[in-house]
Design a protein around this ligand. Structure first.
Ligand code: PLP
Length: 386
């Protein structure tokens, strides 16, 4: 039925095609679909692209964060400073090892932790900090490491959103001792589900490799390679956090087009910026002084002087067939954390951004026409005076 209504514009669309399908078919024909040669190849390619000495593929970023905390030596009773302004997995990961997530506030411009907000959240029990490149905006890592390194506090980078973003001329994640990545379809490079650890520590990588595979001394791939395999041993309690070769084959194709995808996203973000340059009452997230964003989530802050609030703008966009989304969540407001002791600090910037931001549609295949439809709503709603 054609109602004459304009086609719906989604907030995000993964860019998958014939090349991914062909790569999958090849894996199926090979007869080896679990973690194997494709995963190894994907790890190698990802490590090279991210300028990381080691990469360990996992089933998700959430499981990558869990393993990162384990290999970094975070244990029950430790505190881990995290932003509340993040997807909830960032805060959940420390709880998996019995540690306490302690929420820190974020910078009003970038939505990322800063050395100041981290310093305010440190306790004598702090063993690690998880910094996030929120929505792809690179965190200013150096001052945070300058604060934490002398105190023996491990800085873990949750680069779930960060593939293709840069910090001081290098890929994000490269400056942390250990980083975690996501390949969920909501992120820029997808394997359906999937994640990765990158690290400069060979010993951490080796332990993470074993832990993701039940802490088995002989990997399934190694056992398969020999007719009489050596007896395996389980030195500690591990997990099944493996990626499959099916996922890795898709990831390799996606990795090959990461640069092109990021270039297009930055071009679209630039168009949004010009179109909204004269719009008063809204602020679009941009590149910080220290790096470039992949604009995984291009968010817009609805300021108090805008005629309608965030919810009103979401309704106006929905009426025009545009599916925008509320911005990044605040984990400390979720029921899961309501009754937990997570440090008592006020988080005014987190709460303001969580209440006043929306994520604008942005995807590789987006047309100029579609983008104009979105900005027209934002401009029109901004002119309205009740
Ligand atoms: C998406 C996301 C995660 C979780 O990633 P999964 O691969 O879905 O587990 C963790 N942290 C941040 C900041 C995210 O945006």
């Amino acid at each position: 039925m054609n109602t004459g209504a304009p086609a719906r514009i989604n907030v995000m669309k993964p860019w998958l095609g014939a090349e991914e399908a062909a790569a999958l078919a090849e894996v199926i024909e090979s007869g080896w679909v679990a973690q194997g040669p494709r995963v190894a190849e994907f790890e190698h390619g990802f490590a090279t692209a991210m300028q990381a000495p080691e990469a360990v593929a996992t089933s998700s970023c959430t499981t990558a964060l869990h393993l990162a905390l384990v290999v970094a030596g975070v244990v029950a009773g430790d505190d881990v400073v995290v932003p509340s302004f993040s997807f909830i997995a960032t805060a959940n990961a420390p709880t998996y090892v019995g540690a306490r997530p302690v929420f820190a506030d974020v910078d009003a411009e970038t939505g990322d932790l800063t050395a100041e907000t981290v310093a305010a959240a440190l306790t004598p029990e702090t063993a690690a900090v998880i910094v996030v490149d929120q929505g792809g905006v690179p965190v200013d890592l150096a001052p945070i490491r300058a604060l934490c390194d002398p105190l023996g506090i491990v800085v873990i980078e949750d680069a779930a959103c960060g593939a293709g973003s840069t910090y001081r001329g290098r890929p994000v994640g490269a400056g942390a001792e250990i980083s975690a990545w996501s390949f969920h379809p909501r992120k820029i490079l997808t394997t359906g589900e999937g994640g990765m650890i990158t690290t400069s520590r060979a010993d951490w990588a080796e332990r993470a490799r074993r832990l993701r595979e039940h802490a088995m001394s002989v990997s399934a791939a190694e056992r398969h390679a020999s007719l009489v395999s050596p007896p395996e041993e389980y030195g500690e309690i591990g997990f099944n956090y493996r990626m499959t070769d099916l996922q890795a084959a898709v990831g390799l194709v996606q990795l090959g087009r990461l640069a092109e995808v990021v270039e297009r996203r930055r071009e679209l973000a630039g168009r949004y910026r010009s179109a909204l340059a004269d719009a008063s009452g809204v602020r679009l997230v941009g590149d910080p002084a220290w790096g470039t964003s992949n604009f995984q989530s291009l968010w817009l802050e609805v300021l108090p002087e805008y005629p309608i609030d965030r919810e009103g703008l979401l309704v106006a966009l929905a009426e025009a067939g545009v599916s925008a989304r509320r911005g990044i969540m605040a984990a400390h407001r979720q029921p899961a954390y309501a009754d937990r002791d997570t440090g008592a600090a006020a988080l005014p910037v987190t709460e303001r951004l969580a209440d006043a931001t929306i994520v604008l549609p942005l995807f590789h295949q987006m047309t100029d026409d579609e983008l104009d439809r979105v900005t027209a709503v934002v401009l029109e709603a901004g002119r309205f005076r009740p």
